[in-house]
Design a protein around this ligand. Structure first.
Ligand SMILES: Cc1ncc(COP(=O)(O)O)c(C=O)c1O
Length: 548
């Protein structure tokens, strides 16, 4: 029913309508029955078009359209009058249809993928309840849930006690940590601001997440005061280089205050040597923050937690259960070893209208003042319900399985002609080049790399336009564009789907088959002369596109 018809109905039914400024005050402002029906029908669409299709490899990962075309299809304009429910349901279907299915078995594009049914239901519940997690009076359950989850995460880090806060993303966690480390270094900054401070310098590796730069600029530290430490060939921070950089900063007369190590780098999935870095931090009295946004989940696995050896020596840790553990975006915690209330001292503003100290309950549960936010989503609840459902062993299996899948992919890449691994991965980031037939016999040299650089973007474009598979590509530290395939989804191939003895039957191999679906017999059988790669290396041969 349209809003105007609804209003007329109300007027007719309510003879004694109380009108103030032309607004009916004693009539329903929405038709709740119609609303409920709308929700019910929309839920059916969500079930059929998203959830039931999440493991269907025959579906497309994406239905690519160029922005201008998509604008026309979507009817984006917002009009003076409301649309009918029927039209709205159609719009919902369109939105789903043209959105990327990050839960599709062939979505390997990002550091998140797949679907976890329990965290999804938790999200439905919190969307419906619409709580804001700042005071116990408005979020009693979610505050206790957050406390329980943080306690458990702290246990896995290996601290005896600590503190923490869920916040919107690893980038924000890193920013929190940087500010907290600076506050510890000079607490008067909270009142006095930056004036009068020495030049503060922080250290992180060349392979760190870009949020470090953003945080430094946002916090007024300045990107030039982020000293990037060299990494080894696997992308790990070199401790000796860190030591040199700290010495350099001291000689310059600046004030080093923080080292940010990365546990699971974004592109290569490398883990910095935390123990050795912690030694340097201890020696120079520097705050050690570990950005374990991506790699933190390995802590749950008895087999793989050694990757984070030494993490218990960190002062703070960023850990995103929304990545490998599939808790649903966003679900990220900043965890702090300090248990003396540093987080609260650093961030609190003591708003009297919200955090009254004379409330009738224990106000230490009003934890919202530890946050830089006011309204805050109950993100810990998704992780909690999922953890309840799967148990720690279920979460552990999820990590072990992702890393086993990555291993499987690595072995396949080694076997297949035309695929070249960048390096043996430590984690679930499988980085490789695809070398098309036309380049396979070429001598290694600048021309080869110049041509290879153009291959990944073309493959990516073709895969997206077909909707066959999504994976990322990038140049990195002097290496030309290579693919990064992140294998974490539980919808990825199982032994049921991959008859390892028939690996040449590529259509059944979900990990790699997006490539094959995209490039039929022509190249993977090694028989074709008309190869897509010719298009990649020679943009003028547009005609070749026609053959695909
Ligand atoms: C190592 C690392 N840190 C931080 C982030 C940022 O996390 P978020 O996307 O939750 O802000 C990422 C994102 O991929 C990351 O890989």
């Amino acid at each position: 029913m349209e809003a105007s018809t609804c209003k007329q109905d109300v007027l007719q039914k309510k003879k004694n309508a109380v009108l103030v400024d032309g607004v009916i005050l004693n009539g329903p402002i929405t038709d709740s029955k119609a609303g409920e029906k709308f929700v019910e029908e929309a839920c059916k669409i969500i079930m059929e078009k998203i959830i039931q299709k999440a493991d269907d490899v025959t579906e497309k990962v994406c239905e690519w359209r160029a922005p201008e075309t998509l604008k026309k299809i979507l009817d984006l304009e917002m009009r003076d009058t409301g649309e009918s429910h029927q039209k709205l349901l159609q719009l919902c279907q369109d939105v789903i249809h043209y959105s990327v299915k990050t839960n599709h078995p062939r979505f390997f594009n990002q550091l998140y993928a797949g679907i976890d049914y329990y965290s999804l239901v938790a999200r439905f519940i919190t969307e419906a309840l619409n709580p804001s997690v700042y005071t116990y009076e408005v979020s009693p359950v979610f505050l206790l849930v957050e406390e329980a989850v943080i306690k458990k995460m702290i246990e896995f880090i290996g601290w005896e006690e600590g503190d923490g806060i869920f916040n919107p993303g690893g980038s924000v966690s890193n920013m929190y940590a940087m500010n907290l480390a600076r506050y510890k270094f000079c607490p008067e900054i909270k009142e006095k601001g930056l004036s009068g401070l020495p030049r503060l310098v922080l250290f992180t590796s060349e392979e760190c997440h870009y949020s470090m730069k953003k945080a430094a600029s946002f916090l007024g530290i300045g990107t030039e005061n982020v000293y990037f430490v060299k990494t080894d060939e696997r992308g790990k921070m070199i401790p000796e280089e860190l030591e040199k950089q700290v010495q350099r900063a001291r000689k310059e007369g600046s004030a080093p205050f923080l080292v940010c190590a990365t546990a699971g780098t974004t592109v290569l999935g490398a883990f910095d040597p935390l123990d050795k870095i912690a030694d340097i931090c201890e020696k120079h009295d520097l705050w050690l923050h570990v950005d374990a946004s991506w790699g933190g989940s390995a802590l749950i696995s008895r087999k793989h937690r050694r990757l984070l050896h030494g993490i218990q020596r960190a002062d703070s840790v960023a850990w995103n259960p929304h990545k490998m553990l599939l808790a649903g975006i966003q679900c990220c915690a900043l965890l702090v070893k300090d248990n003396s209330g540093l987080l609260k001292k650093c961030y609190s503003a003591k708003a009297a209208y919200l955090f009254q100290q004379d409330k009738f309950y224990d106000v230490s549960y009003d934890t919202g003042d530890k946050s830089i936010q006011c309204s805050r989503r109950p993100d810990a609840f998704k992780f909690w319900l999922m953890w309840k459902a799967l148990g720690t062993t279920g979460l552990e299996e999820r990590v072990n399985r992702a890393l086993a899948l990555a291993r499987y992919l690595v072995e396949e890449i080694k076997k297949r002609e035309g695929f070249q691994l960048l390096l043996e991965p430590e984690y679930a980031n499988v980085c490789f080049w695809y070398i098309p037939p036309s380049l396979r016999k070429m001598e290694d040299g600048p021309e080869f790399w110049q041509k290879l650089r153009r291959v990944a973007p073309v493959v990516k474009e073709r895969m997206m336009k077909k909707g066959s598979m999504m994976l990322g590509y990038q140049p990195n530290q002097g290496k030309v564009n290579f693919f990064r395939q992140v294998v974490i989804s539980p919808q990825d191939p199982t032994s049921r789907d991959i008859p390892t003895s028939h690996l040449q039957d590529d259509g059944k191999d979900r990990i790699l088959s997006g490539f094959f679906y995209c490039y039929p017999e022509s190249w993977y059988c090694g028989t074709s002369v008309t190869c897509w790669a010719e298009v990649a290396v020679s943009p003028v041969s547009v005609v070749a596109l026609v053959f695909f």
